[in-house]
Design a protein around this ligand. Structure first.
Ligand code: HEC
Ligand code: HEC
Ligand code: CA
Ligand code: CA
Ligand code: CA
Length: 467
């Protein structure tokens, strides 16, 4: 079967044109047009490494830049419990995780898991029990709801704390070089509302980097779906399935695009869900606090308005999260980087981490429309095996499936976030460790990496660092 490929411009190599006419093998050790600007016209060369994820897209007009900074103020605001004299900043909690969005998405980068003995800070825990709600979503745990909130306002006990116990697991590359992976075990302690339901499913997830998200929102659904191969009809061991999740706004199931399991349909839902679950702030889309029936102090606590976050504020926040510039790449033409790019393609990373595509049009966002972008994702869910499984279903995503995360700006993780932790729960300490955790559909790619020589591994690392 012919492998579908969106956006087949002349510069795009043809991966598979069917048995009749075998095309010349595509070359990946050369610079491709535009790849140094992964966000198309929203790309920006950052002037400072630590603010690289905080810049507005350079193709915004001056007026729209002002709206961006209004949204930034909402994103960075420290919220306060109600009632408070600063009425446009109150309503925090009663149960919450952080007092601002920025507290988890530090410098708009990624969170990290707790070290041994620490409590989780920029990692959160989703909870559910088997079954599905009326819209096919996870069924909240009866007492603690769908997320563990580790903090409460004065009169309301925090739900509990998330910690991790780490075990080193030794392995070796085929050339005999040893490596070690840190395997996490999630521990929920200090549970203030009694035991969790015995069949509770948990999913520990770190905060994701926030660049380029509007571009991903602007990718036509058909582009992602062309890459889906749920029954692996082309027999390459890689399936790829879309998630379908509930849109409150549209009142129907739509393609899931955001979150580690593609569990949110769009940035508007993602942001409003974060306001509620992470900060305890109600908005038009999520008007009810997270308190469950048994959390009486939570139910009795004062509110900061109906809803607590105004439409003006959510609109600005949504604007902001759509239009964060994607940093430009460096060293795209360095020989080692190009050698690593060839390895990336040869071992099959690009089957899921699809290098490039073109956005469609997103209403209200001309800056994001028609852009050739290089996110290195197919936007689809993949079974990555037992070791990474959380065993928790999230709409159509099984307990073994995760959405292929974009890899753009991967190499900036340390300078932006101050650490190099990767994967949904931050267990990997480097890109190479992230690869070594891959299993399931990515097992062949992982084994191919285990069989690389030291210099090929170095080249692959140089390529990933150059993104
Ligand atoms: C407790 C830490 C925490 C706080 C606070 C937080 N987030 Fe997040 N954020 C996360 C995690 C974890 C995810 C991944 C969620 C998932 O997979 O279900 C995420 C995902 C996102 C995404 C989607 C990214 C992607 O690539 O799909 C956006 C957008 C986002 N958050 C915006 C916000 C906004 C806006 C706020 C403030 C209202 C906020 N976040 C507050 C932890 C946090
Ligand atoms: C079958 C699809 C698939 C293949 C093949 C694949 N990946 Fe992944 N990759 C994923 C998924 C899904 C995740 C997220 C897993 C998780 O968080 O538990 C991921 C995560 C990653 C991450 C961490 C990203 C982050 O934001 O934390 C890196 C780095 C990565 N992959 C690189 C590679 C490289 C390099 C290769 C080739 C050797 C490769 N992947 C092959 C699907 C794939
Ligand atoms: Ca509230
Ligand atoms: Ca809760
Ligand atoms: Ca396939």
């Amino acid at each position: 079967m012919e492998e579908p490929k969106p956006d087949a411009g002349p510069a795009e190599p043809t991966p598979d044109a069917g048995p009749e006419e075998p095309p010349p093998p595509p070359r990946h050790d050369v610079v491709e047009a535009g790849e140094e600007r992964p966000g198309g016209d929203t790309s920006l060369t950052p002037s400072s490494a630590s603010t690289a994820f905080k810049r507005p897209a350079p193709n915004l007009t001056l007026e729209r830049r002002a709206e961006f900074f209004t949204g930034e103020a909402v994103f960075e605001a420290d919220w306060l419990p109600a009632p408070n004299t600063t009425a446009d900043r109150d309503g925090l909690g009663p149960l919450f995780h952080s007092i601002s969005c920025l507290a988890c998405h530090v410098r708009n980068g990624r969170g990290r898991p707790p070290e041994e003995g620490e409590i989780a800070n920029t990692l959160l825990v989703r909870l559910s029990v088997p079954g599905a709600d009326a819209h096919g979503g996870p069924l909240p745990e009866p007492t603690y709801g769908d997320q563990l909130q580790p903090r409460g306002i004065t009169s309301v006990p925090a739900e509990g704390q998330a910690r991790m116990h780490w075990t080193e697991v030794a392995g070796t590359f085929a050339d005999g070089t040893p490596y070690s992976l840190a395997a996490p075990e999630l521990l929920l302690t200090d549970l203030a509302y009694g035991p969790l339901s015995p069949d509770t499913r948990t999913s520990a997830r770190v905060a994701q980097p926030l660049i380029g998200l509007g571009l991903l929102a602007a990718v036509p659904e058909a582009t992602w779906l062309e890459w889906a191969d749920p029954d692996d009809t082309n027999g390459d061991g890689i399936s790829g399935r879309p998630n379908r999740v509930w849109s409150r706004r549209e009142g129907r199931a739509v393609l899931g695009r955001f979150g580690w399991k593609a569990n949110q349909p769009d940035l508007e839902h993602q942001n409003a869900a974060a306001l509620l679950g992470d900060l305890g702030l109600t908005s038009a889309l999520f008007p009810d606090e997270t308190c469950t029936e048994t959390q009486t102090a939570c139910l009795a606590a004062p509110k900061g308005g109906t809803p607590e976050v105004s439409e003006r504020q959510t609109r600005a926040l949504d604007f902001y999260t759509h239009l964060l510039a994607v940093p430009t790449r460096e060293r795209v033409d360095a020989p080692e980087v190009l050698a690593g790019k060839a390895v990336f393609h040869r071992v099959g990373c690009a089957s899921c981490h699809r290098p490039s595509l073109t956005t469609g049009t997103l209403e209200g966002y001309p800056e994001l429309s028609g852009q050739r972008i290089w996110p290195y994702t197919d936007g689809l869910l993949h079974d990555l095996g037992d070791a990474l499984a959380d065993g928790r279903e999230d709409f159509l995503a099984t307990g073994r499936e995760w959405r292929t995360p974009p890899l753009w700006s991967l190499g900036r993780t340390r300078l932006v976030s101050g650490h190099t932790r990767l994967l949904h729960d931050g267990r990997a300490r480097s890109p190479l460790e992230a690869i070594l955790w891959h299993g399931g559909e990515a097992e062949a790619a992982r084994e191919a990496v285990r069989n690389l020589t030291q210099s090929e591994r170095d080249a692959l690392r140089a390529f990933l660092d150059s993104l």
